[in-house]
Design a protein around this ligand. Structure first.
Ligand SMILES: *[C@@H]1O[C@H](CO)[C@@H](O)[C@H](O)[C@H]1NC(C)=O
Ligand SMILES: *[C@@H]1O[C@H](CO)[C@@H](O)[C@H](O)[C@H]1NC(C)=O
Ligand SMILES: *[C@@H]1O[C@H](CO)[C@@H](O)[C@H](O)[C@H]1NC(C)=O
Ligand SMILES: *[C@@H]1O[C@H](CO)[C@@H](O)[C@H](O)[C@H]1NC(C)=O
Ligand SMILES: *[C@@H]1O[C@H](CO)[C@@H](O)[C@H](O)[C@H]1NC(C)=O
Ligand SMILES: *[C@@H]1O[C@H](CO)[C@@H](O)[C@H](O)[C@H]1NC(C)=O
Ligand SMILES: *[C@@H]1O[C@H](CO)[C@@H](O)[C@H](O)[C@H]1NC(C)=O
Ligand SMILES: *[C@@H]1O[C@H](CO)[C@@H](O)[C@H](O)[C@H]1NC(C)=O
Ligand SMILES: CC(=O)N[C@H]1CO[C@H](CO)[C@@H](O)[C@@H]1O
Ligand SMILES: [Ca+2]
Ligand SMILES: [Ca+2]
Length: 580
């Protein structure tokens, strides 16, 4: 009796403590490994859903559409930056890390969103931009002002107005140095001049960043996606970078130089390892679920994996570092099925086993997957991204095959493309047009008022609502089925093999015991028009069952096929269940 009582009191105190800590984390969210096989869904907030009809997507809009994420079956959402910003670089220029930009709502909206996301059993990841602030941030104003406390928050270097300290270039063209009349010094900016780089050689900056991470973890945020990590540190000696000699690249363009002194510096990895330790300690101390760090740092394979941590596992970094290889190392004009095979083997076999591979086929910086890989192949690419081992990342709209929008130079908003002659080539506006929810005015993004970027004209035919009917094969239904299929043993914990059968076709096989999930995909590139016979290597049995096809395939889902007589037409992709 007494002991039951004591137990109850302890239980009450425990519950009380947990709720006081403000972790609105329900019981189902206590899996420390939840991220290891998760689908992360990237929301571009300004383009997702506009709740108040002012033309910009917002947090209340995301709230209204949470049921869609639940329906799609994804595990977590990651929002591109929502903190206060002059929006010179669409929120990647933050002027106050502790305030939500009024475009998107306010801190209460965020708290509410976190709560609702958790209620649905999902997680929410915040974009964290540590390399630079906006030039409108109070720190920068004070730093430029010479205010003692903030003097060294940024990278200031002596010089004369006509001679920058070295040849470093901004990612967005031109010198990475801007002269400050006020301070009579140069400041560094690896991006726009309105995005001054923070100085990580100053201990106070480390402290500030940890305070920000702690603040949002206290609110219940489940992790951070770290922006532009590769740029955190620069060479202390400010050495000139060598030329790349890439053909057709002008001296103003970032690619003119090899960024050996401004990207992937050794201290940059150390900084990330420090943050990993910080969030791990936080989770342990507060007895909450793993706080996940995912980081953006495109580079070579070796440069990329060190962001995960030391390959021997002695030091950990991000839980995963985005694998952009299927985007960046893949040029539709020249790449083929052998390249896909190589990229997959690279990430599956060469990644130290303690790390989890991840697959990204689109984001807000690259043309949409459906456009880039070709609209006829969009289902096949979703099949690939979802059936590969580890983590899948989906850029909003990919789940129903949204294509690039149509944006003119006059309508464009991307600062990196404010030059007419290069607009088509570099603008990131095309992949950022509003999400196409349905066939009402403005695709259901808002109620028909203006929109910050034009809604694609394709929305009448290409929208989510038209793909919801479960009796009809649609891009969205295919995506949903794939996300469910990830839970089956072969996809979740099975072995991985991939074979290019020709330039144009490949087979991916995931196997667990006698069960196999096989993707057979004929890309249909380089104007291949003929049917191709597909023999699945390493399978001895006669028959398989069609689990899924692309939209437009002649194969019937649920039917049995003779594996000795499998033929694919260009752009056809099949997922097969095989038991033997
Ligand atoms: C600039 O410096 C002056 C004098 O030190 C100080 O009064 C002012 O508050 C500073 N402004 C900012 C934005 O820090
Ligand atoms: C891989 O990258 C790490 C971190 O930059 C570096 O220490 C190591 O020497 C590199 N190894 C190779 C083989 O390039
Ligand atoms: C592919 O080739 C076309 C036509 O030559 C060219 O316009 C386009 O820029 C190329 N795409 C890439 C990614 O190189
Ligand atoms: C725009 O780009 C073209 C081609 O790269 C270049 O020649 C021109 O100087 C640029 N104009 C501006 C205003 O940056
Ligand atoms: C709009 O979409 C709805 C539901 O998806 C559909 O029933 C209707 O026929 C569509 N109307 C037009 C004009 O396409
Ligand atoms: C495919 O055919 C089209 C139309 O004939 C042509 O424009 C294109 O260059 C061809 N592409 C390749 C990769 O051969
Ligand atoms: C394969 O399918 C064919 C036709 O449906 C059937 O006759 C045959 O028995 C099946 N073979 C096996 C091994 O299941
Ligand atoms: C698939 O169906 C289309 C339309 O019915 C037909 O034209 C085509 O020949 C079929 N292809 C195969 C491989 O059966
Ligand atoms: C992929 C990605 O998030 N890229 C971002 C990198 O950082 C710059 C500057 O913050 C942004 O403009 C990019 O969108
Ligand atoms: Ca709005
Ligand atoms: Ca930096």
């Amino acid at each position: 009796m007494l002991s039951t009582m004591r137990f109850k009191i302890i239980a009450i105190i425990l519950c009380f403590t947990l709720s006081v800590l403000g972790k609105s984390i329900s019981e189902k969210q206590t899996d420390p490994d939840w991220w290891k096989h998760a689908v992360f869904y990237q929301i571009y907030p300004r383009s997702f859903k506009d709740s108040n009809n002012d033309g910009d997507g917002d947090l209340k809009g995301i709230l209204q559409k949470l049921s869609h994420l639940k329906d799609a079956g994804v595990d977590a959402l990651w929002m591109s930056p929502i903190m206060e910003s002059p929006q010179v670089d669409q929120g990647y220029d933050i002027s106050d890390y502790y305030t939500i930009d009024s475009i998107f709502g306010n801190m209460d909206d965020l708290k509410n969103l976190i709560h609702e996301v958790h209620e649905l059993g999902l997680r929410v990841i915040l974009d964290f931009v540590p390399n630079h602030t906006s030039d409108q941030h109070e720190w920068f104003k004070a730093s430029e002002n010479g205010t003692e406390e903030y003097k060294d928050y940024y990278v200031w270097v002596d010089g004369t107005p006509d001679k920058p300290p070295n040849n470093w270039l901004s990612n967005f063209r031109g010198s990475a140095w801007t002269w400050s009349e006020k301070r009579q010094q140069y400041y560094l900016h690896q991006f726009m001049e309105q995005q001054p780089d923070l100085n990580y050689r100053h201990p106070k900056v480390h402290e500030e960043m940890k305070n920000i991470l702690r603040y949002y973890m206290d609110l219940g945020i489940d992790g951070f996606r770290i922006d532009a990590m590769l740029c955190a540190y620069e060479d202390e000696e400010l050495r000139d970078e060598p030329r790349s000699y890439l053909p057709g690249v002008g001296p103003d363009e970032s690619k003119y130089l090899l960024h050996i002194y401004t990207n992937h510096q050794p201290e940059t990895y150390e900084l990330l390892y420090e943050w990993r330790q910080f969030v791990d300690e936080y989770a342990e101390k507060h007895n909450v679920e793993t706080k996940v760090l995912m980081t953006e740092a495109s580079g070579t394979f070796n440069q990329t994996i060190y962001y995960y941590g030391h390959p021997d596992g002695s030091t950990l970094g991000a839980h995963f570092c985005f694998n952009f290889f299927l985007i960046e190392n893949f040029n539709l004009n020249i790449s083929n099925a052998y390249d896909i095979m190589r990229i997959v083997y690279n990430w599956v076999d060469d990644l130290p086993k303690i790390f989890i591979p991840n697959w990204v086929i689109g984001n807000h910086d690259n043309r949409r997957a459906a456009t880039r890989y070709g609209p006829d192949d969009r289902d096949g690419w979703n099949m690939l991204a979802q059936l590969l081992p580890g983590i899948a990342v989906t850029y909003n709209g990919e789940e129903f095959g949204q294509e690039d929008g149509e944006v003119t130079y006059e309508q464009g908003q991307d600062p990196s493309a404010r030059n007419r002659s290069i607009f088509e080539q570099v603008s990131r506006d095309f992949e950022r047009t509003p999400l196409q929810w349905d066939n009402t005015t403005n695709a259901g993004f808002n109620e028909g008022a203006k929109t910050w970027l034009p809604v694609s004209k394709k929305y009448h035919e290409l929208n989510l609502a038209s793909q919801l009917d479960e009796n009809e094969l649609s891009h969205y239904n295919i995506y949903k089925t794939l996300v469910q299929k990830r839970q089956e043993s072969p996809a979740r914990i099975g072995t991985t093999d991939i074979w290019a059968l020709s330039e144009d076709s490949f087979v991916l096989k995931r196997s667990y015991e006698n069960k196999h999930i096989v993707l057979a995909f004929k890309l249909g590139w380089h104007n291949h028009t003929e049917e191709e016979s597909i023999l699945i290597p390493g399978i001895s049995c006669e028959n398989g069952t069609i689990a899924l096809t692309n939209v437009g395939s002649n194969y019937t889902i649920g039917s049995s096929v003779n594996l000795q007589d499998l033929k694919l037409r260009p752009h056809e992709s099949l997922v097969l269940d095989i038991t033997c």
